[in-house]
Design a protein. Sequence first.
Lengths: 101, 633
Amino acid sequence: MNVGLEHYLVVSALLFSLGLLGVLVRRNLLVIYMSLELMLNSANLALVAFSRFNNNLNGQVMVFFIITVAAAEVAVGLALIVALYRKHQTAHVEDLTTMKL
Amino acid sequence: MDTALSILPWLVLFLPLLAAAVITLFTMNDRAVSAKLSIGAVCTSFGLSVVFIALAGWEPVQRELATTWLNVGDLQVDFGLRLDPLSLMMLLIVTGVGGAIHVYSWGYMRGDRSVPRYFAGLSLFTFSMLGIVLANNFLQLYVFWELVGVSSYLLIGFWYERPSAADACKKAFLTNRLGDYGFLLGIFVVWTALGSLNFSELQDKLVENPHALGAMTTAAGLLIFCGAAGKSAQFPLHVWLPDAMEGPTPVSALIHAATMVAAGVYMLCRVFFLLEIPGSGALTVIAWIGGFTALLAALIAVQQNDIKRILAYSTLSQLGYMVMAVGLHGPTPAMYHLTTHAFFKALLFLGAGSVIIALHHEQDIWKMGGLQKRMPVTFWTFLLATLALCGVPPFSGFFSKDEILAAALQAEHGSIGLFLLAVGVAVLTTFYMFRLVFVAFLGADKSEAAGHAQESPGVMTGPLCILAVPTVLAGFWGIDLLYGKVFVSGTEQAGKALTWWQHLASPFLHAPVAAACGLLAVLAGFFAARALYANAAQDPLPQRLGALAQAMRHRFYFDELYEATVIRAHDLIAAVADWIDRWIIAGLGVRGTHGTTELVGRALRLMQTGNLQTYAFLFVLGVALVLWFVLGK
């Protein structure tokens, strides 16, 4: 079987949808966070696939940037989650409704 | 004219305002100081007016002192003072008669709680009236016109705890507003047509081109007359004046003699050039309204029993005379009568006030009587003023009334109907005034209070004596010649000084018919009053006249008529307007907008759950929507 661009893109779309589903339905902040990372990486996968099949390195450069920024984001995000947990003794989103006045 | 001299008129105008301001701001707790300030201001104004006239003469070289007040587009309005015999004479009357009334007030109001407020109002009133007198343009005149309305409101309603006084001041103010509305429209018409508000500019323009107002000539005249009809209480806006008696008696004297009601007639004379344009029908209407008011008021006065109300209707009647004189192309007689009337009507009111105080606020003439012996000064001065009002020679009223009668007989503008009407009013005038004198001052005591009456103190009788002098002598001072200089062009009357007997004889020489009829009218009125009221214990007229006397007593039911028509209609309109305001504007407009906004807000608020995942879901939904919109089509 010859693996083409479409296969990669389908996998990427599947991963993205799974990630989105996770963000929408899971209750634990950490799991939501992991789902978010999954969405980011599905985008990375699509970029790499485009880069490979179009013989254009721009996509791969973009992926490096995304990985770097995502690492920084994870650091900030996890720190926020820890801070939230310390304050509220919970990491469940239903309990975190302080955005509503 | 040098600067020092030209400051004087400004001082005359603003001193009373200064007094009013100082009293209101600083001395509201000090009765004596407030009274002195107010009296001092008006007396100083009088003194300065005399000095100014002595130095600059009756016809100053510089006829106008003005500074620019407003400059909007092509409308330029000055704040200026107009100085001619007309305004200078009025200046003397307002400050002179007003001054006597101020002094008298200090005696009359001595027992009152709020003397400072009273004197502040009095000073403001004087200031406003001086402003009208000195105004050199329509806008300034109108501003002071309204100020007179406001200050009269404050003074008529001085005893505001009494419902009747509170109603009376509202009535006076609203009735005046009605007239002022017409006046304002008239000013607009004049300005639109002639492009100026300054009196002398307007006069020049109209002399140049008498048809400048075109089809609006009559309308402009009548609209301006509306203002005068309000202030000078002419039919059909006459109803406020008798009710204005609710104020303190000196205020009545001030309103009736020197200020307020004089403003209307003065204004008509000031803008006489606008009214006398050939082809204008305004003067005819004015003459007949004046004549009708004179007759109506005189008839009502015959059957009133309140001493102040008799005098009030007498004022109405005399104002009718003046307005009629203006309508008969006779501003000179009108102003002459205004002047003499100011003297003797102030005297009459102050005399009435003296009686009222002596009888502890009793105003019914049928509860007086026998005051001749107990209050000699009041009685004699009152009698002098009565004689002057009736037009007995050689008192001042005779000369001015005679000139009005003569004006009615003139071949050119006269009207025999108005002449007969005026003579009839003269009969009635004498009749009701001597009815008052016979019942209130002569005969037996009609009540216990009258038996114990005592003469008023010197602070009250002093002004009476001072006012008695011009009441008797003003006819010999040539005041009419002075006014004549303003209105009669050429040298017709100028510069003739007459000796006193020439003065006395001149009415009989100029217009013998008028003078003779006037004298006959006085005699007829006097003997009729003597026959009916000398030693009468009660009024014999109601039995003799029946329904007519009843109608006179009830003021020909004008108040009731207005109540049933004007006020009813007004209430109806007000109710409709209230309904529209309450349900359409406030209900649908304001509350509708507010309600819709709030409802939408409440609905949107439901979406703000605070739950992270709801937001994320909505966000995704939005993205999906955009994607579908961009790609799906």
